[in-house]
Design a binder for this molecule. Structure first.
Ligand code: NAG
Ligand code: NAG
Length: 599
């Protein structure tokens, strides 16, 4: 496998993710761990290498080591980027420690260093993360932080386990060889995850709508899909993966144990609430969230009764890792079934037929196919993609979907230990668990052709520096000019407003009206100060040097697209950013992981 630092140099040609010819050996060995028994087929190698390069391009282009962060990001998108880095390192680590008898020692040391080098970025970001600011942001912002550090802990854990065995013989003479150095960071990361989970849990509210998380304490009460899905996913993640915390800073005096049922029960309760909240639309997709009517006019209403029908990709994703965790903790297959239903609804809303394994519409040259609710031409798409009106928030969404999908369907998803179970009783027998796993993996395998189709599209959006664009569909279309986009019938499609209002606040900003914003006028409620924009909208770091670097990048891309027939719609709007790169990375990682099931 080609895994060198020179891989930083971008691929000139887009890889084509054809269905690989499968090796004849079994992919999985009896001990249930992912093991590669022979060399990978060439197309697989391409996906793995491209995933590696997407990570290195992301870090070398957008991460500034002298600042320890992605300066163009904002607090919450940086937490998501940190999650992508840690998750990819976990995946890479899993591949590097397959037994390779004729492996050169220097070479394996170098591979280890490459992993350690990007792990150093994770550590740097631990200190650069603006925890003070995030404490004053919305509850969802805090929960992305929890997910990021839990992901980093899982990487450390697995990498530590994978590297320890080879050195165990020498541990007598060399104390400390039993653990990878990264494990020294577990207490710090665990502490941050716990602190932010506790801060976020204050958003759980039972006075309105019978439960549910509030999105943002400085706005009118709004209970949205993302904050609730995050709370489910982060809580069950804390239950399963939080290793405990004995650091009582800043003021508590206590010891927080691992596997605390408090987290598991929070996840179960939040899931029950979400399921009963009537938040899914006619396509079985999550609408954005609920207002409580009359709040600004002092009515007594406490019901979630005004739904914002806007549909975003990430609202269909974060729940998936939560559902997987709930299955692991309870053994109840209904959680997995719910996840598969949601995934099938998403795939269908991209305009893809899973039975026939192809998009429902023909792709015509120089035209933009029709919109199906969450994509077109079988490719996942944000409503703002085609018109290039996506905000920094929306640029992060598709990668989030892919990350949580990979957690749900990756080969390791259903390999777990009995200590995962909520309560002391193992919920079902091994044979039963194996049957569920076989069923689950069979379902997940069905999604691979769709995933490969999406990866092929996204790969087509990479510029000559290897950087991914936002609008993946464009990578399939071969557009030669702006005209086909401008004349597309659903350039900026919104869900039909028949059932309720559609407010695309993630792209257009929170409306300054009484439904959203306190003190915006109307009613008997005494006005409270308007939120100041610094505290409700996050800002990237400003630096001339960085702006110059970005301009230069865009200019190179434009100059190069001038010669030849290429028209690059991904230069419009915000263009390529760390968030769009994270999206491409998460997609390749999802394809790499889930396609393992095809073996
Ligand atoms: C669910 O929400 C939709 C859209 O707001 C609404 O039309 C419908 O009446 C709701 N159903 C229930 C049972 O509340
Ligand atoms: C709220 O409830 C109280 C007591 O039931 C009632 O007197 C009042 O009229 C209600 N207010 C509104 C706006 O419905």
């Amino acid at each position: 496998m080609l895994l060198t630092l020179t891989a930083v140099v971008a691929l000139a040609a887009a890889a084509v993710y054809a269905a690989p010819a499968r090796p004849s050996h079994p992919l999985l060995s009896k001990d249930g761990l992912s093991r590669r028994a022979g060399s990978l087929s060439i197309p697989d190698d391409a996906v793995f290498r491209d995933m590696w390069m997407a990570l290195s391009d992301m870090q070398e282009t957008y991460f500034e080591r002298w600042l320890g962060t992605w300066p163009d990001g904002i607090d919450w998108t940086r937490a998501v980027m940190g999650t992508h880095v840690a998750a990819t390192l976990r995946t890479i680590s899993d591949e590097l420690h397959v037994d390779e008898p004729d492996q050169d020692v220097g070479c394996s040391t170098r591979k280890e260093e490459v992993i350690g080098g990007y792990f150093a970025d994770v550590i740097a970001y631990y200190f650069a993360e603006d925890t003070f600011a995030i404490r004053n942001e919305a509850y969802d912002d805090m929960l992305w932080v929890v997910l990021a550090w839990l992901e980093s802990i899982r990487f450390i854990d697995e990498h530590s386990r994978a590297t320890s065995s080879s050195c165990s013989k020498e541990s007598g003479a060399w104390p400390g060889l039993d653990a990878w150095y990264g494990s020294r960071w577990i207490p710090a990361f665990a502490h941050r995850a716990r602190i932010f989970w506790e801060l976020a849990a204050k958003g759980w509210d039972t006075k309105l709508c019978g439960g549910g998380m509030i999105w943002n304490p400085r706005l009118m009460p709004y209970k949205n899909a993302i904050t609730n899905q995050l709370f489910i996913s982060a809580s069950i993640g804390m239950y399963l993966h939080f290793p405990g915390d004995s650091n009582s800073s800043p003021y508590e005096t206590a010891d927080w144990p691992p596997h605390d049922p408090v987290y598991g029960k929070a996840a179960q309760g939040a899931h029950e609430w979400l399921v009963s909240s009537n938040m899914t639309n006619k396509q079985g997709l999550y609408a954005d969230g609920f207002h409580i009517s009359g709040q600004s006019t002092g009515s007594n209403n406490t019901k979630c009764d005004e739904r914002d029908e806007m549909v975003y990709t990430y609202n269909q994703g974060v729940l998936l890792s939560g559902l997987l965790g709930l299955y692991r903790a309870t053994g109840q297959e209904r959680y997995l079934n719910e996840g598969h239903t949601l995934i099938r609804n998403v795939i269908s809303a991209t305009g893809y037929d899973l039975e026939k394994n192809k998009p429902v519409d023909q792709i015509q040259p120089d035209s933009v196919p029709r919109w199906h609710g969450l994509g077109r031409a079988g490719v996942l798409e944000e409503a703002c993609d085609a018109s290039a009106t996506c905000s920094q928030d929306a640029q992060t969404f598709k990668g989030i979907w892919m990350h949580h999908f990979a957690a749900f369907c990756g080969p390791a998803a259903l390999r777990f230990t009995s200590s995962d179970f909520l309560g002391t009783q193992r919920p079902h027998r091994q044979a039963e668990a194996d049957t569920v796993r076989a069923r689950h993996e069979r379902e997940c395998r069905r999604y691979v052709p769709w995933l490969r189709h999406n990866a092929r599209a996204a790969a087509g959006t990479r510029d000559e520096n290897g950087l991914f664009g936002m609008w993946w569909t464009a990578g399939l279309l071969g557009l030669t000019g702006e005209a086909p986009i401008e004349s597309a019938p659903d350039l900026h499609p919104l869900p039909p407003a028949a059932d309720g209002e559609v407010v695309d606040y993630r792209n257009e900003g929170v409306p300054l009206d009484p439904k959203w914003t306190r003190g915006a006028g109307g009613g008997d409620v005494p006005p409270v100060p308007m939120p100041d924009t610094k505290r409700t909208s996050q800002e990237p770091l400003k630096s001339d040097r960085l702006t110059e670097k970005k301009k230069k990048r865009a200019k190179t891309a434009r100059d190069d697209s001038g010669d030849g027939d290429a028209y690059d719609p991904n230069l419009r709007g915000r263009g390529r950013t760390v968030e769009t790169q994270g999206g491409g990375l998460a997609l390749l990682r999802a394809l790499w992981l889930v396609s393992r099931l095809e073996g």
